[in-house]
Design a protein around this ligand. Structure first.
Ligand code: 3PG
Length: 220
């Protein structure tokens, strides 16, 4: 580890601005390029402006570029960043932030000097400490429900009360309330408002309906 290097405070501030502007960050898997803009528009129409677009599909990079061009007010996070190569591609596109499902020391170190702040994924206190010792204070907790859910996050606040989280993975419109009630939760992430079935049917109105249900229940 490059022990002399610490995360600049500006990264934490930028993540705070993003993660406190919304109670919910939708996690999107875009399989068809022509779905990108209507899907993003459907979420915006329902009240969500911060979108995590996962790099799990071949068209994800172009999808982010199209959304950026069509909807410049949307805040875009590149999700499922697994490697330095994917982090660098995200920097080149100029996304607003990067999200990882889990974080290697290599990714933690790269994020220190990157122009794009990273919300690093962690699931254990040891992983949390690997980031913490480099200055990271904001994390994605993934997969949240499978790793103890809101109870686990409550326990994380014992040793590290300053760490703040975006739990993701198994979060639903109903259990989101348990997470959002915790003082160490900034927002939650999830895919429930854009389920694959509705995306495949191009049921954009249905996605707006689910999104509005979520934003009315958890306004910000
Ligand atoms: C993620 O990568 O954050 C998850 O795939 C989202 O989890 P969910 O589909 O259980 O909401």
């Amino acid at each position: 580890m490059s022990s002399d290097k610490r995360l600049p405070a500006s990264h934490t501030e930028r993540l705070d601005a993003i993660c406190r502007s919304t109670a919910i960050i939708p996690v999107l898997v875009i399989e068809r390029l022509d779905h990108a803009v209507p899907l993003a528009q459907a979420l915006v129409d329902g009240g969500l402006n911060v979108l995590e677009i996962t790099l799990r599909t071949g068209c994800a990079v172009e999808a982010m570029q199209r959304i950026r061009d069509a909807l410049p007010d949307v805040t875009i996070g590149a999700g499922t960043v697994l490697s330095l190569e994917q982090y660098r591609i995200s920097e080149e596109i100029g996304v607003d932030f990067v999200v990882t499902p889990g974080t290697t020391p290599t990714l933690f170190d790269h994020g220190l000097a990157s122009p794009v702040p990273m919300l690093p994924g962690i699931a254990t206190v040891s992983e949390l400490l690997t980031g913490w010792e480099r200055g990271y204070q904001r994390f994605k907790f993934f997969p949240a429900e499978a790793n103890g859910g809101a109870k686990a996050l409550k326990s994380f606040a014992g040793p590290l009360p300053e760490a703040q989280f975006c739990p993701t993975g198994g979060v639903t419109v109903d259990n989101a309330a348990d997470y959002l009630a915790l003082p160490n939760v900034m927002c939650v992430g999830g895919s429930w408002m854009a389920p694959k079935s509705l995306v495949d049917q191009q049921d954009w109105a249905g996605i707006t309906r689910l999104t509005r249900e979520a934003t009315q229940r958890y306004p910000r």
